[in-house]
Design a protein around this ligand. Structure first.
Ligand SMILES: [Ca+2]
Length: 266
């Protein structure tokens, strides 16, 4: 039977193992030892005397010291008061501990229950009886547990730090790639811009040439119009002269015919 099973069985109940004086604290510890296979008959006396009376075969007496920590299942023996006290150690450290008690804390035949105790006070721990027949699973020192937790946290933090570093490196790498790509894009755009500017300049130059040619053509056109006008005037003049000449020819022809007639008459 484990201590936990024993507690589950008796917690909140009254236990009078020896049928004497009601449910005393020693009834609980006798029941516990009996369950472990110890003979608990004979004179055990008051609780405060269990340091002497309980030091029997298979039970080892361990005196209290500032650094001593009992084990689960040990019978704690208290001095102080009229009769002292006994209970069963559950867990604790050098400062305080939890135990399974009966007839506690006021000695008014209270039922079994779990209480926290100090090693010193009106009731003080003289020491504990270790039942060699009870081998509970080794308990872990709370400090060791805390160290294991902290070590796990350190490992977790390191893992998170490594992860963050990897992400940062990947991000930096990606950023560098992006920067290089952007630089290339900028170079290409600058190249395109230069090419476009050259084209624009060529177009401007070509436009300028066209304008000049256009101006020259306009000048030539004006000159030709002027010449045309002059030529028209000349033609009109010449037509007038031609007409006059024709008139003269007609008159001359008339007089010639008259002359010819007269020559014939003679
Ligand atoms: Ca009793």
């Amino acid at each position: 039977m484990t201590l936990q099973e024993f507690i589950n069985q008796w917690n909140g109940k009254k236990l009078d193992y020896d049928n004497y004086a009601g449910n005393q604290c020693v009834d609980l510890t006798k029941k516990w030892l009996s369950g472990l296979g110890y003979s608990v008959t004979g004179a055990w006396g008051n609780a405060k005397d269990w340091d002497k009376n309980g030091n029997r075969e298979g039970l080892t007496w361990i005196a209290n010291t500032p650094s001593g920590i009992p084990k689960e299942g040990d019978i704690m023996v208290f001095g102080g008061g009229s009769y002292g006290h006994v209970d069963i150690f559950i867990s604790g450290d050098i400062n305080s501990f939890k135990a399974f008690d009966q007839n506690y804390p006021n000695g008014k035949l209270e039922p079994c229950g779990i209480f926290t105790h100090k090693y010193t006070g009106n009731l003080y721990v003289k020491g504990w009886l270790r039942p060699d027949k009870y081998n509970p699973a080794p308990t872990v020192d709370p400090k060791d547990t805390r160290i294991i937790e902290l070590e796990a946290q350190v490992i977790d933090f390191q893992a998170r730090e490594d992860d963050a570093k990897r992400k940062l490196e990947a991000c930096e790498k990606q950023t560098n790639v992006t920067i290089v790509r952007m630089q290339t894009d900028i170079d290409n755009l600058n190249s395109d811009k230069k090419s476009l500017e050259a084209n624009l300049e060529a177009i401007r130059s070509s436009l300028e040439s066209s304008k000049q040619e256009n101006n020259q053509l306009e000048d030539t056109n004006i000159q030709l119009s002027s010449k045309n006008s002059t030529l028209r005037k000349n033609i009109i003049e010449l037509e007038k002269k031609l007409l006059e000449c024709e008139k003269k020819v007609v008159v001359k022809s008339f007089w010639q015919s008259i002359l010819d007639f007269l020559k014939g008459v003679k």
